[in-house]
Every structure is written in C-alpha cells, then in structure tokens.
Design a protein around this ligand. Structure first.
Ligand code: PGA
Ligand code: ZN
Length: 428
C-alpha cells in the first residue's frame, strides 16, 4: 500500500536568495522523493498566497518557517496513512484542510511542496520517470523552448519596460537542435551587445539586461542575433514577448516609466503590438494587457488573436475558475501554466484540460525565483502542450530544466517527437 508515512519540509533558498521550501515525502514502501517550490516577482493579484513569516529580523521578513512548520505538523497529521496514488484525493484534502479560497492559511508554498513531493514519491515507487507518472501516453512530445534572451521590467534593473524577450526555435527538427539554436542565438546576442558597448550582465531569468535606447531596440538586436547565429528569423527562430503589462498599467493607462515615460491607452498599446507583429517575426505575446483591463484584453484579442498567440499569465493565474470566466469573455487564446499560482498538481492539470477543451494553447512555465527542481520539464512532456518557458541557458536554475529535457529526449530515443511548428499551427 502506497501510504504517506512522512513529510519533511525545510527552509531552503531560491535563485534570488529568498527562502522557499523543500518538501520530502516518504511512502510506506520506503520510496521517497523531494520537490522545491518556486516563487514569482511580477505576481498576479489573484495568485494563491505564499505564506511568509513577516519577521523582519530574518531574510527581510521573507522567511518560510511557518509554512515549513505547517507541513511538518498539521499537514503531516492530515495525510499520514493516506493513499499516495490518488493525487486528486491528496490535493483535495490539502485544499479542504487549508479552508481558504487562496490557500493563505497553510500557504500555497507549503501545499504545493507537499503536492509535488507526493507525485515524485509515487513516480519513484512505480519506478517510472515523473512524466510517465503524470500522463501515460504512447507518444511523448518535447516542447519548444520559449527561451528568454533579454530581461526588463521587474526582472532587471535596466531601462526596458517589457519584462521578457524570448526566442522560439520552432523550425528546428528536434528539441536538442532547437535548444542549440537558441543557445547560439544567445551567444550571438552577447557579442552584438558587447560590440555596441552595451552591458552583458543578466537578469533574473538569465536573459541579458542592458540599458538600451528604447523598448523596441531588443527586437532589432534579436533579429540580428538570430541571423548572425546562422538561423532564419521567422523561419527557424521566432520571437515571443512577455510584456507583463500589469506591472506598468496605472489607472488604465500603459506607462513606460522605466524607459521614456510615454503613455498609451489600451487601443494604442494594441496598435503598437500589431505594428511590431507586422515588422518583426513575433508570434507570441504574453500579458500584453493588464490583468484588470478586461476590455483591453477583449478588444486586443479580437484585433491580434488571428496573428499572435496571446498568453494570459497574470490574467488567468492558472486558476480554473478565473480561466473559465476569461474563456467565456473571449480573453486571450493561450494560458501560461505555473504550478505555484494555484498550488496543487491536480488543479494545474485541470487548468490544462480546460485549455485543451476550449482550443487554447498552454505553456508550462517557471517562475523568476527558481531552484534546481525540474518538475516543469516532466510536466511539459507529460501534458504535450508543445511549449515550455524556462529562461535562458545561463543560470543553473534555468539550465537544470533544459538538461532534464535533454535527458528525457535521450531516454525516449527514436520515440522523441519535437513539437516544433505544430505547436503554433494557428499563427504560422
Ligand atoms: P514571475 O515572472 O515569476 O516574476 O511572475 C514570470 C512571468 O511573468 O511569466
Ligand atoms: Zn508572465
């Protein structure tokens, strides 16, 4: 019987030096496994709540001793002896035990750590890799990396308002070739930045974070880098953005206050995205509008949805109820999936199913605060959405996910299918 016999959480650090949790789950069989919990910076207002101690004498109030304690006492007491092979029952028990809408009592960080650790322990008990435990398929697909190459916004201390510029090597034949194209483009961009006298330090997700002349300059530099690396912009490698526009929308006006201070209405920023889509090989735009600007999202989706994958991150926060309402309102055509925005494996899988049922694409994503945990690589392969967003190949918290995908690709051998262009069929 695969019962939970122990849960053990400890306080560890994430890639920004802030505390987070590692949780180990142990089963009656002796199988055990652990998981580490990520943490965002540009968080959506409706995300499940991370429990932080607020004790300013430790880690600027960001300690997670209380969440750790919740795992080691109250949650363990509730789950001890519980069948670990029923992930849904485990997760529903955690949700009920917490008793709040936003998981703020026990902490979404505590709950997710347990949910993930149990999933990993079951995979270990069954002697299968996590992606097989999460979904049993005949054919697994390797995702296209949405490879973060230039950082701005809340993820860097530079003068770029747009949070993430990404390259999408969707025209390459395999995952490893795609990853190579992205990594070579990253190196080419570094050389270009250097030659122009720009900085080559990196931001939170491993993309470069230089001071630049405008928010548009990265688009030009990236196209140049793709070509310099020997790939065809728009054919082999395309561009994706995460504007994270909730961060620079003030009272319904989009204000580029990190760069030139210019202001745009929703209609004007939508026109700017359309203009960029016409002039650059842009295929995906995440949070191009603020999470509270539903009318901007609605008209933006009607205007841009035919040519761009429009990804709701802060807008949907991986929450099935919020996502369902957004689908009914005609907002976006794709969803970003972040386990810690909702806090359990089961609700995350429910959100993915909802995307499938409604013709939305979905992208498995890291957070800007990460660890060496590689769960999202397995989740991306298990769910087969064909896209993963996990930073650049600089910073080992990001590289860990890519290396796990390379491992899975090698393990699948000739059965490894690369999602490639297929994942973006509607917009190519
Ligand atoms: P976050 O950023 O983890 O800081 O929220 C990632 C994103 O916005 O996609
Ligand atoms: Zn985002």
């Amino acid at each position: 019987m695969s019962a939970v016999t122990n849960l053990r959480a400890i306080e560890i650090l994430d890639s920004r030096g802030n505390p987070t949790l590692q949780v180990q789950a142990e089963l009656a069989s002796g199988s055990r496994a652990s998981a580490k919990v990520p943490s965002g910076a540009s968080t959506g207002i409706n995300e499940a709540v991370e429990l932080r101690d607020g004790d300013t004498s430790r880690y600027l109030g960001k300690g997670v001793r209380e969440a750790v304690n919740n795992v080691n006492t109250e949650i363990l007491l509730a789950l001890e002896g519980f069948a670990a092979d029923d992930q849904r029952a485990i997760d529903e028990t955690l949700i009920r035990l917490d008793g709040t809408e936003n998981k703020g009592r026990l902490g979404a960080n505590a709950i997710l750590g347990v949910s993930l650790a149990v999933a990993h322990a079951m995979a270990s008990e069954q002697g299968v890799p996590l992606y097989r435990r999460l979904a049993n398929r005949d054919r697994y697909e390797l995702p296209v990396p949405m490879f973060n190459i230039l950082n701005g916004g809340q993820h860097a201390d530079n003068n770029v308002d747009i949070q993430e510029f990404m390259v999408l090597p969707l025209g390459l034949p395999t995952f490893s070739e795609g990853l190579r194209a992205a990594a070579e483009t990253f190196h080419a961009l570094k050389a270009i930045l250097k030659s122009k006298g720009y900085g080559t330090a990196v931001g939170d997700e491993g993309g470069f974070a230089p001071e630049l002349k405008s928010n548009e300059e990265p688009m030009e530099l990236i196209v140049e880098a793709i070509a310099t690396a020997g790939y065809e912009p728009g054919g082999d490698v395309l561009i994706g953005l995460d504007a994270a526009a909730s961060e620079f929308c003030k009272d319904g006006v989009y204000v580029f206050d990190q760069s030139d201070g210019s202001r745009r209405s929703a209609v004007e920023i939508s026109a700017m995205w359309a203009d960029w889509a016409a002039r650059y090989p842009l295929i995906s735009l995440e949070d191009g509008f603020s999470e509270v600007d539903h009318s901007g999202w609605k008209t933006g989706t009607a205007q841009l949805g035919g040519q761009l994958q429009l990804v709701g991150d802060d807008l949907f926060v991986t929450n099935p109820k919020i996502f369902q309402a957004g689908i009914s309102d005609g907002l976006a055509n794709s969803i970003l999936i972040k386990l810690n925005q909702i806090g359990t494996v089961t609700e995350t899988l429910d959100c993915i199913q909802m995307a499938r049922d409604n013709g939305y694409t979905f992208i498995i994503s890291h957070r800007s605060g990460e660890t060496s945990d590689t769960t999202i690589a397995d989740l991306a392969v298990a769910c087969g959405g064909g896209q993963i967003k996990t930073g650049s190949t600089c910073r080992s918290d990001r590289v860990a996910k890519y290396n796990r995908l390379l491992e899975i690709e090698a393990e699948l051998g000739s059965h490894a299918v690369y999602a490639g262009r297929q994942a973006f069929g509607a917009w190519l």
